[in-house]
Ligand binder design. Structure first.
Ligand SMILES: Nc1ncnc2c1ncn2[C@@H]1O[C@H](COP(=O)(O)OP(=O)(O)OP(=O)(O)O)[C@@H](O)[C@H]1O
Length: 941
């Protein structure tokens, strides 16, 4: 037996109506009043949420279960018929709430499953919170759960228990009587259904059930035949072997009781006469009354304990429909009245807006008129509580900082630090790189600060300071709404959090991904069952202040659907429109909410799916994907230290060199952000933590690439490398794979036997890239004479078909950006001049031979640099992107040539070799003429 120190050390008490007892391993359905059940569950939820520990369950994953998914637990203590108010038994059973069944009227049934024994250590003061109803007791318990590896091999005591249990079962099901030839039909009447008997017998036969658990099951299932006191005493038996022995004795006594009961029922004259018979009859009546009381929990019925005298047997007669005793009814009414006056007090203190105050008074009046059992009460109470929790006019300045969930920053507070300086410091401390974004955010804050001081200066001075007890009227200014757009995992959410930290305001995140129903944004009307405020109002409620930073995450995944569920993106328009959001209407709250002070920041992965009007209300800030160097730096400064801390190691107990981090980034991740990188690092650190815990003296803190391969398996991705030698017909293009990953792309062409001079292609080419290839081919054909491909102008273009292939055929490729590289490959093929494989080319061609700009320059160049490219040929109109986005370290090591025409591109890619080739193909004079016609701008490169 292990005693598991109760993880749920604080837990609400459920007093089980007599004669119910919950045993571990058993399921019990308890009839309760609806209001009481709701209060109980509310208390259980509150204790669970405020408990940092896991539930007292043996599941090993309990610790990692999010709080909201953990079960609700109650300390189920049996309540005797004569127990007085407030008396708390020493032992009970921790019950996990499985289900709540509503019954007609105001009754419910709470279905609970016994988890383990609980010793009630003390009654504890509930934390002073409005969420916890006053009439629920909270106790500190110690939980005892049987060791999962308890012995299951049968011993003498266990088999005796099995035999006795089987015997009792036979009596209860009437099988004993049927077998012996029943003396009366009543005696043979089954008290338990035969199906139960069959199931329970198979449990008794099972050899894989631990003895202690079997004892609990036997007691729980057959306990009806045993004395209530015995069953309660059984709960205190934490030691399984002792429990087995005691169970056998209790069940034996149960056999005697059951036999006697049957005999009495059959009115057979038996040895049970005189005082014994009276005691049994009393016990039976008591049990019957208790069962009636269990159905009507408000009823208290007792029988006179005095035996052998003429006083009435039952102390409180039951006639007609059971009614709660008047004093209880009063107590209940008092409680309800208390709740309403408490609520009225809260409303008074809540500083509601004028409209909210008016509506709350109206609802309060309705609440007072409602009878305590009315279903509508809880709906009104919930509504009024929500109204009180909304911030209305309150701003961050109205709260002491510790009362708000202001995000913690890594950096300490510096006295008298200006907002802009603090923002820069916090953004730098929390995030590596993202320079453009940080700059924009700091600018944004600077403007915000200026606007604020401007508006403050414009506001009329308050008349005579001490007269106004409240904080000065908050300043209104309209901040533009920033929309951070970039691939997943690039730090958009976390930088918005840092922005809130810099502003010292609460941060709330509203996830809009997959929202299809307008009501999710705007709330449900209160006429709906289970109506709730919408996401925006709820976010504001969580933030507690009307000037919080609200992150609208994934606005691009917001459905702009129409039809029965309304249009959520239209509702967002209202939220984000400064002209309208001063009086935002949530269907549930009903009162206009002022959103004009909320600082909205939105995020999206792409702009394509965002509706134009929504886009129009925001200011887009691009967040680019990271280069490998940036990923390594982020991993070194943030991700690795965080994972080492989280896995319980000290920083000096694990080290990873930059080349190892780079190995992880290049071989195990294919993403623009760093989320997978963080997961891979977590895998490595976890594996190292296990090695460290083994403490076999072989632990090495330094992680090598070989360790990485051992832990993460063989590399998942391989990057393209340039060919060692140039081959005619092959060029190197630049590719951007969309999720921030750029790199090089080999373009291969070959001449086929004469046909119709057609271009065939393989390598999963999309429509756009195929068109680029056709265009490139057409350009080469139209310049065939000048390039020296044909002898004379009249000579037809060679009739050979051309095969174009882009390796990694399984990977679909599309986009126009390979046009220039395709042209170079074809020129190389026809003239037999190889291209330097370390020169990479990108750009779109037009039929007239112009080179148009392309996207993904940063990713392409960084990828090319990593692959070992030394020179890149880029469209001239991409120069600004190259200068602004490509890291200086990369630019320093690369030669970049910017071109406006295909001819310039050819000159840059081939260098003098092309000129030499053309000039010698048809004799030097003719060659010179052709070069003149071509105007190949070699000299300029
Ligand atoms: N530049 C950075 N410096 C430090 N940590 C970073 C940086 N960029 C991202 N991270 C970390 O990467 C993780 C993912 O970032 P975050 O959740 O903010 O991404 P996101 O851009 O919001 O992604 P999504 O679009 O999927 O919501 C976080 O733990 C964050 O701290």
């Amino acid at each position: 037996m292990t005693d598991t120190d109760g993880a749920y050390s604080r837990i609400p008490v459920l007093e089980l109506p007599y004669p119910l007892v919950l045993h571990p391993g058993l399921v019990l359905s308890v009839p309760l009043k609806q209001q009481y059940t709701l209060s109980l569950l509310k208390a259980a939820m509150h204790e669970r949420n405020s408990s940092s520990q896991g539930a007292p369950q043996s599941d090993s994953d309990a610790a990692v279960t999010p709080v909201a998914n953990r079960p609700l637990m109650l300390a189920c203590v049996p309540r005797g018929v004569n127990s007085s108010e407030g008396e708390m038994p020493e032992w009970g059973c921790v019950g996990r709430v499985i289900r709540l069944v509503n019954q007609p009227g105001s009754d419910t049934r709470l279905v609970l499953s016994g988890v383990g024994r609980a010793r009630i250590e003390a009654l504890v003061e509930p934390q002073p919170t409005r969420a916890l109803p006053a009439h629920i007791n909270i106790v500190r318990i110690k939980t005892y759960i049987d060791n999962a590896s308890a012995p299951i091999a049968d011993n003498a005591a266990a088999s005796e228990m099995r035999t006795v249990a089987r015997q009792l079962l036979d009596i209860l099901t009437g099988e004993e009587y049927q077998a012996n030839g029943a003396r009366s039909a009543v005696a043979a009447l089954p008290l338990l259904p035969p199906s139960f008997s069959r199931r329970f017998k198979s449990v008794l036969r099972a050899k894989d059930v631990a003895h202690g658990a079997l004892a609990d099951v036997a007691m729980g299932a057959l306990g009806g035949a045993c004395a209530w006191e015995d069953r309660v005493m059984h709960l205190s038996l934490t030691e399984p072997n002792a429990r087995v022995t005691v169970t056998t004795r209790v069940l034996e006594r149960g056999i005697q009781r059951a036999r006697a009961m049957r005999e009495v029922a059959a009115a057979v004259p038996s040895s049970m006469q005189g005082p014994n018979a009276e005691a049994l009859i009393r016990a039976q009546i008591q049990s019957l009354l208790a069962q009636v009381a269990a159905i009507h929990p408000t009823m208290r019925v007792m029988i006179n304990e005095q035996r052998g005298d003429s006083s009435p047997l039952v102390r409180r007669t039951i006639s007609g429909p059971p009614a709660p005793p008047p004093n209880e009814q009063e107590a209940e009414n008092d409680e309800d009245a208390d709740e309403v006056s408490e609520l009225a007090e809260r409303i008074e203190k809540a500083d509601l807006s004028e409209d909210a105050r008016r509506i709350s008074q109206r609802e309060l009046k309705r609440l007072r008129r409602l009878p305590p059992q009315a279903m509508e009460r809880s709906v009104i109470i919930h509504y009024l509580e929500t109204l009180c929790e909304m911030p209305w006019g309150k701003t961050t300045a109205d709260f002491p900082p510790n009362e708000l969930s202001i995000p913690e920053s890594l950096a300490a507070d510096i006295p008298n630090e200006e907002l802009v300086a603090r923002a820069q410091r916090i953004l730098d401390a929390d995030h590596y790189g993202l320079e453009k974004l940080k700059r924009r955010l700091v600018e944004y804050l600077a403007v915000l600060q200026l606007r604020r001081s401007q508006v403050e200066a414009e506001q009329p001075k308050s008349d005579g300071g001490e007269s106004s007890a409240r904080s000065p009227a908050p300043v209104r200014y309209r901040a533009p709404i920033l929309l951070l757009v970039g691939p997943p995992g690039t730090g958009k959410t976390s930088i918005a959090r840092s922005l809130a930290a810099a502003l010292r305001r609460p941060f709330v995140r509203v996830s809009l991904g997959g929202v299809r129903d307008e009501a999710e944004i705007r709330g449900h009307r209160r006429t709906y069952v289970g109506a709730m405020p919408g996401m925006i109002a709820d976010g504001l409620r969580r933030a507690k202040t009307s000037d919080c930073v609200m992150l609208l995450d994934e606005v691009d995944k917001l459905s702009s659907g129409s039809g029965v569920h309304g249009d959520p993106s239209a509702a967002m328009l209202e939220v984000l429109d400064p002209e309208q959001n001063g009086a935002f209407k949530d269907h549930y709250i009903q009162v206009p909410i002022d959103l004009s002070r909320v600082l909205f920041v939105a995020t999206a992965n792409s702009l394509d799916t965002i509706s134009a009007p929504l886009l129009d209300r925001t200011e887009v800030v691009d967040v680019a994907g990271y280069t490998y160097d940036e990923k390594v730096a982020i991993a070194r400064r943030h991700l690795l230290p965080k994972q080492v801390r989280e896995q319980g190691l000290k920083q000096e107990e694990l080290s990873m060199a930059d080349d190892v981090l780079l190995f992880v980034a290049t071989n195990y991740t294919r993403e623009a952000g760093v989320r997978t990188m963080e997961r891979r690092i977590a895998d490595i650190v976890r594996a190292k933590a296990v090695e460290y815990a083994a403490r076999d003296g072989k632990y090495v803190s330094r992680v090598t690439s070989a360790d990485v391969e051992r832990i993460l398996g063989p590399p998942m991705y391989e990057s393209e490398v340039p060919d060692a030698q140039g081959v005619p017909g092959v060029s190197t293009g630049l590719a951007y794979q969309g999720s921030g990953i750029g790199g090089i792309l080999h373009i291969e062409t070959a001449l086929l036997p004469p046909g119709n001079a057609e271009l065939r292609h393989t390598g999963s080419l999309g429509e756009v890239i195929s068109e680029s290839a056709e265009l490139a081919f057409a350009w080469v054909k139209s310049h065939a004479f000048a390039l020296g491909i044909t002898h004379t102008r009249e000579e037809p273009f060679p009739q050979n078909d051309v095969h174009l292939h882009l390796p990694m055929g399984a990977v679909p490729k599309d986009g126009p950006s390979a046009g220039v590289a395709l042209t170079c490959a074809l020129v190389s093929l026809y003239l037999g001049v190889p291209l330097d494989p370390h020169v990479a080319i990108t750009g779109e061609v037009t039929l007239r031979g112009h080179v148009s700009p392309v996207g993904g320059i940063k990713e392409k160049i960084v990828g090319a640099h990593r692959a070992g490219i030394t020179k890149v040929v880029l469209p001239a109109r991409n120069k600004k992107d190259y200068d602004a986005d490509v890291p200086e370290s990369v630019r320093k090591e690369l030669k970049a040539v910017f071109v406006s025409t295909v001819l310039e591109a050819l000159g840059a890619a081939f260098g003098v070799e092309l000129e030499e080739r053309i000039s010698t193909l048809h004799g030097s004079l003719e060659g010179h003429r052709r070069l003149q016609e071509l105007e190949l701008p070699i000299s300029r490169l």
